[in-house]
Ligand binder design. Sequence first.
Ligand SMILES: [Mg+2]
Length: 490
Amino acid sequence: MWLVLGVALVAVSFASIFIRWADAPGVVVAFYRMLIAGVLMAPLTLAGLRRTRPSAAALRSTLLAGAMLAVHFAAWKAVFDPFLAAHGRGAAARPFTDADYRRHVDGIGRYDGVAALLGARGVALERGDPADPPGDGTICALGNRKDAAFAEAVRRHGVAPYLTTRRFVERLRAAGVRTAVISASRNCRMVLEAAGVSDLFEVRIDGLDLDELGLPGKPDPAVFLEAVARLGVAPSHAAVVEDAVSGVRAGRAGGFATVVGLDRARRPDELSQFADVVVPDAADLELVDGRLQAAEHVRVRLADLPAAAEDTDLPRMVSDRPVAVFLDYDGTLTPIVDRPEDARLGGDAADELIALAEVCTVGIISGRDLADLADVTELVGLDGLWLAGSHGFDVLAPDGTTHQLTPAADRDKGAALRWLCAAAAVPTDALVVFIGDDVTDEDALDAVRRHGLGVVVGNEDRSSAAHDRVDDPAQVIELLGRLRAEVVRR
Ligand SMILES: [Mg+2]
């Protein structure tokens, strides 16, 4: 789906910020998945689309991002349900489902998707012509009706950009870098405008241009080369920022100076075959001497972080790999209280931790000393967890053995997390998650920044190495439940 929409930030040519305009560096950005988090929607509407119980977090928020997939599903359903009811026979008239969406429509060209779904339901319909107006007389007319329904949803609800990508492009522009955006989507212009980011790019090449110019899609570099040609920049002075393997391949084939792979799913091996730089987010990129590179030390304003409940990349991160989850205690699993001995785990939290520990490695890394931590967790009967006290200096393993990390001078939660991963034999290809609420948690968030998932608890006015944010311990427990569901699903 995201590929069809194709967010491409085209970063072209970073040679220098001091050279004359005609030679100014440029960046081409692959657009949708990098730039657009989703269509903004009222949470109850979204929950209805997904036909699942809305989370408390969703109900609390007035607008919900990360819903692009749901919007496409809803647009298809609005088209297919009445059509199938009128033309399907028996079971073939049943409503369009999530399974239909994944099997027949997702990631496939609009008209081919209609043909596949109708073929599966045994409904014959002429192909027609892409110029057919929206309707139900031909396959193309049905596809165009879906497109119109999607456009209406975008107009009505708006679109949420990834704020970190937006800030990244703004930084480039401020440094004198010329920017273009590429996308396979014919709706690219509308979506960029709805997200309020169309003025970030001098050049846009989208699905309409591809058709008009007869350009092949990725992994052919034609679309990127067209973008830099319009910027007046040579590929050797340009960078490509992409999140799809086909996109980084195209950048490599096009002879671009720097090819950046944006690794939202934390699958660096897939992108690093063709990309010079692989980072989890646009916030991890910095411009040094006219070149894009991975920043060593990444800090993002909490206000710019996406809510973890709306992180649509989570299923791709978790699928088909081991998972290890480490958490801070005070302020993360329990609300901050005046007297530390009152910071008790609620029954829901304890149940969720115990259930999670049955399907993956789970550890608590706290500033409390180990005896104190063991006391507060023993009260609720936590079994099967690793407990690390004094920021990881003293460790109690699930088998009851105790360990001390040395040297003591190195102890911080990042070192503790690495030690625990080794001690728990967490495989190197595992997704390591850390969740914490205060500045002593930043070392551990740094440790998972490049390849794992870091989540910060709170909404203060500060910066963090986390990727996502939750408001409070109740949302931490919801996130643990979601992680467990994804682990169990496979
Ligand atoms: Mg804390």
